[in-house]
Ligand binder design. Sequence first.
Ligand code: NIG
Ligand code: FE
Length: 407
Amino acid sequence: MYIVNIATLHGIVPGHVDRLRGGDMATGMESIADAWLRYEDGVITGFGNMADFPGGDDEVIDADGGMVLPAFCDSHTHIIYAGSRQGEFVDKIRGLSYEEVARRGGGILNSADVLAHTSEAELYESARARALDMMAKGTAAFEVKTGYGLNTEAELKMLRVAARLRDELPGRVKITFLGAHAVSRDYKGRQGEYVDMVINEMLPAIAGEGIAEYVDVFCDTGFFTPEETGRIVKAGARYGMKPKIHANELGNSGGVQVGIDHGALSVDHLEQAGDEEIRLLAASDTVATMLPGASFFSRLPYGPARKAVDAGCTVALASDYNPGSSPSGDMRFVWALGCIQQRLLPFEALAAVTINGAAAMGLGDKCGAIAVGRDASLIITRRLPDLDYIPYAYTEPWIRRVIVRGV
Ligand code: NIG
Ligand code: FE
């Protein structure tokens, strides 16, 4: 298949590049004006300038003067959930904080109650609908977490739904076990015992299914401590699961340090990360993932993305799509927030929502950029003045077509 008459093909990287760090985020992706691109069996096989268009008898998609970009890679979502939490949304408008909602037994525990009474089939249907909606909005690879089960049986139910999403959707899906998302109601006041149960009961059962590649812990004020996080990710490592940690959303929790110490693929949130955390991230291979949609929705500070890029970190932006703190998986809006609220330049933020998101899922060499051999996961835009226009005109429906691994 050829795509022709591309006003500008963006997001091109040399074949060996699987992430962009610091200053490279602004300059590491190249563009070709007046371009064509070819793909076969879901994989990019060539691209160039229309003056050198090779032709042939392939089928052709006419981009008609639109741009082509790599599709989004959303490295942090919780799209498997039951019900919705607009009641808490209204409570928070009235003045309650996220932590107060959680302390009153709402929040994650609320979602766990509903999930317990939701069939696996229903859970799958609702998660699939969210995934298809994300794809229509430009996402072709995403991560999904468990974490609304909070007991072994319900976590396994979530895991099976995740595996079906991975196996039945055209996009790439990476799966993370988040048993330590909150202490379940049954273990109220017995956090240490809950952590022991996660390690001794849940983890072996989850690992036995061979579905989850990563292990996550909500390491934050009012949730799990760095010491508990360390124990859980160490236990996960015995099953070959790499950490991806919820860190520094509600406080300067020590989550960044424990993540880096255990070779985390990413530490995520970082709203409360300070200069020391940024320095440590810049010196590590751990991706600094920020979730501006959660900051927007929860009226939290935005993660220090500008400082992190200037310090040399690999910064990714993801949606955090979940029913409590970010009920949206629209990466177009995440891109715009990265520019408007976090002061990333449009090209830096493009790297953050594509190749660096891929890197945060261990997929930096597979998707999120234009290079021969990478996924033909692409967004064809309407005719637009230039790339900067996209996050600027942030409510305009600028996508004309989304191609996910050639489909
Ligand atoms: O990433 N911070 C922890 N977990 C989710 C929220 C989950 C929920 O409230 O249901 C988050 O924001
Ligand atoms: Fe999250």
